[in-house]
Design a protein around this ligand. Structure first.
Ligand code: 3HC
Length: 309
């Protein structure tokens, strides 16, 4: 049987490619690149919010934030496990992350300067993640699609808890309302950058769409996110910092301005406000965890010997 033809037929039919199936090297490489960087994003994404766990204003807020940060660790675990089904090595991927040879989402290179950021990250960043990740539940690679189904359910909780936190603050004092607006002003444009560069500058979209790894283009999902978020902002009582933002009845979508793509490429290139801090923290945590990995390997080796006797 012609393996390539079988692969093409599976993808064209919207069926799933499984680890044991033949796949082109380029498909495998693209998947490892995207899934690894997605996993890195989840793990690095624990840092900005983790910063506020010990500063949360109540036990309830602390418990919610703890649960959310733990979820992100679990998302990273599912996704690294998905890369391992493609033959990747988790230690090698971590080495590529801390040495800057692999990326993670630009959004996590912005500092969390006020407590309102915890709500805005839930509302905007996890909201953008949902827009970007729900279509990935239908990605052509089986393990990735199945990981996304569980992750998206948890992302919905993340987005809702953020929005509820902001609703509470917006019902509070003028100072709390001002804190929320200031946070929205800082995170709006970086949230739009999460969807990647404009389609015309996207090196990977065409190929990823043909392989049904990506199911929508960057600009399509960015538009979907803007259309979803504008009414939520109105309900919340905040303004979005884009003078070009307005409903276009002919298009049936909101027109909006363009993010600062120079800033985007600077942040992606490692020169954002918190890149060095985030990568250094991840490198240190990985090194500090070496003894745990060594102990687990020693324990597994002993157990293997015991089971052989
Ligand atoms: N941050 C960092 N790098 C980015 C980026 C971003 N926001 N957007 C694009 N890039 C990089 C790409 O990785 C690519 O570089 P590479 O070839 O070295 O990997 C380059 O910029 C060109 O971008 P493309 O559009 O050609 O790349 P992709 O086709 O891979 O599209 C993507 C980028 C839309 C992020 C896509 O990879 C994707 O959908 N990934 C899966 C979802 C994901 O990773 N989301 C990140 C956030 S995770 C998260 O939000 C956690 C939640 O709990 C908050």
């Amino acid at each position: 049987m012609d393996l390539e033809a079988e692969f093409e037929r599976t993808v064209a039919a919207g069926q799933r490619v499984e680890p044991r199936d033949w796949m082109p090297d380029g498909y495998r490489k693209t998947l490892i690149r995207q899934i690894a960087q997605h996993a890195h994003s989840e793990i690095i994404g624990m840092q900005p919010e983790g910063n506020w766990i010990s500063r949360a204003p109540s036990l309830r807020r602390k418990a919610i934030l703890l649960a959310k940060v733990q979820d992100e660790a679990g998302h990273g675990l599912y996704l690294y496990a998905a890369t391992e089904t493609l033959g990747a090595d988790r230690g090698d991927l971590t080495e590529k992350l801390v040495s800057g040879r692999q990326k993670y989402s630009s959004i996590f290179n912005y500092p969390t300067l006020s407590y309102a950021d915890v709500g805005v990250i839930g509302w905007l960043v996890d909201g953008a993640a949902i827009c970007n990740q729900v279509p990935l539940c239908r990605t052509s690679y089986g393990p990735y699609a199945r990981a996304m189904i569980r992750i998206c359910k948890e992302e919905s909780f993340h987005q809702r808890q953020g929005y509820e936190l902001l609703m509470t603050m917006m019902g509070g004092t003028d100072a709390q309302r001002a804190m929320v607006q200031e946070s929205v002003d800082r995170f709006w444009w970086p949230s739009l950058m999460m969807f990647g560069p404009p389609d015309a500058e996207s090196a990977n979209t065409e190929r990823s769409m043909a392989w049904r790894i990506k199911r929508n283009t960057n600009d399509e999902l960015r538009q979907k996110f803007v259309d979803m978020t504008v009414p939520q902002a109105e309900k919340l009582g905040v303004t979005l910092p884009d003078p070009a933002l307005k409903w276009n009845p002919e298009r049936g979508h909101h027109d909006f301005g363009q993010p600062d793509w120079d800033e985007f490429w600077q942040v992606v290139g490692g020169n954002g406000p918190a890149n060095k801090q985030r990568v250094e923290h991840r490198r240190r945590a990985h090194e500090d965890g070496e003894w745990v990995r060594a102990a687990a390997e020693a324990h597994a080796a002993k157990r293997a010997v015991r089971e052989d006797v």
